[in-house]
Design a protein around this ligand. Structure first.
Ligand code: GTR
Length: 334
């Protein structure tokens, strides 16, 4: 008796803090709702800034009833933790990479395959088109995910960097421990490229590189700079072996408490965030490469990436079959 009253009281207080209309009460429907958002990157990073701007638009459109509170810089943990918090409704918006999403919805892994896109422009055409919409729906419509996928963001291409030596060939990667995102496809990709792939959360990476637990990692130039990886791994090879878009997802648990109007508003501002982030992205990418040059980073570029593309064939043999229909459609996108 006592316990069930407590549970009821707790449920009621959650409902009020979420601004849920209890039995159609107009007063409660007007309750303020602060949506918690999280990102592994700091304030000012394109993905973070796009969501912060989205929050301002929500506030303006609802007279302050809806707003976003941003928790940047891994304040709520790594991406695995962010997904779990969104699933239980402790977090509303998680901006994450498609890397970890592929472990929940297998179809998304098609974007996690090495060299699946020709370049960033090709990736953009795919996420902006039919395939992008279909894959967002695969997340939202799968009851297991407990997530609503709102949109895509750019993350350029990923490149190998390390503290030991310049990587010019797959031979140079031999014996190097390279951190990869937690998804077997990535570990297999690094192993196929010649290195030793080590799966590890992003929140553990900086200290792992600093203490030599790993020799390096792979990522885009903006991440390499803002996360200070350039201070501990000075050799950066433009392998561009992965072009993985980012994604932002919403807690289905909270989503189901929102009115149709609020859901439509969130969808509208999300589409705008996708476009705005892209502009911020290209600017930051350029600035980051300039900063790398100014900091004396040894940047290795490749006229021909065929040796790396050939090296990952075993990864395609192992996983590619499952996605072959989708890969054909991706390749057909101009
Ligand atoms: C970054 C990406 C993050 C995270 C990170 C990683 O490029 O923005 O969302 O996925 O890579 O390597 O874990």
């Amino acid at each position: 008796m006592h316990i069930s009253r407590l549970v009821l009281a707790a449920a009621a207080s959650v409902a009020i803090s979420l601004g849920v209309a209890g039995a159609g009460s107009p007063a409660l429907a007007q309750q303020k709702l602060v949506l918690k958002a999280s990102d592994v990157h700091p304030l000012g990073y394109p993905t973070v800034e796009a969501i912060v701007r989205m929050g301002k638009k929500l506030e303006a459109a609802t007279n302050g009833r809806l707003s976003i509170q941003m928790f940047p810089s891994m304040q709520l943990g790594g991406e695995k933790e962010m997904i779990e918090q969104a699933q239980i409704g402790a977090l509303q918006i998680a901006r994450i990479s498609v890397g970890p999403v592929g472990t929940i919805v297998d179809e998304l892994n098609v974007f996690n395959m090495p060299f699946v896109f020709r370049d960033s422009k090709h990736m953009e055409a795919v996420i902006d088109g039919e395939i992008g919409t279909e894959l967002l729906a695969k997340i939202s419509e799968n009851p297991q995910t407990r997530l609503i996928a709102l949109g895509w963001m750019n993350a350029g291409s990923r490149n190998v960097y390390n503290s030991k030596r310049p990587i010019r060939t797959t031979e140079d990667l031999k014996g190097l421990k390279i951190r990869m995102m937690g998804n077997p496809i990535f570990v297999d990709t690094m192993n196929a490229l010649g290195g030793n792939g080590i799966a590890m959360g992003f929140n553990e990476l900086y200290s792992a590189m600093q203490t030599g637990v790993v020799d390096g990692a792979e990522n885009n130039p903006p991440t390499y700079i803002v996360q200070n990886h350039y201070q501990v791994a000075k050799y950066f090879s433009m392998t561009e072996h992965l072009i993985i878009p980012e994604i932002f997802v919403f807690s289905k648990r909270t989503w189901d408490t929102l009115s149709k109007e609020d859901q439509a508003l969130l969808r509208k501002v999300s589409r705008e965030a996708q476009t705005e982030q892209r502009e911020l992205w290209y600017k930051m990418e350029e600035e980051s490469v300039a900063k790398m040059k100014a900091s004396g980073i040894e940047i290795i570029t490749f006229a021909d990436k065929k040796p790396f593309q050939d090296a990952v064939k075993p990864v395609w043999e192992k996983y590619g079959g499952k996605y072959s229909a989708l890969v054909k459609r991706i390749q057909a996108v101009q």
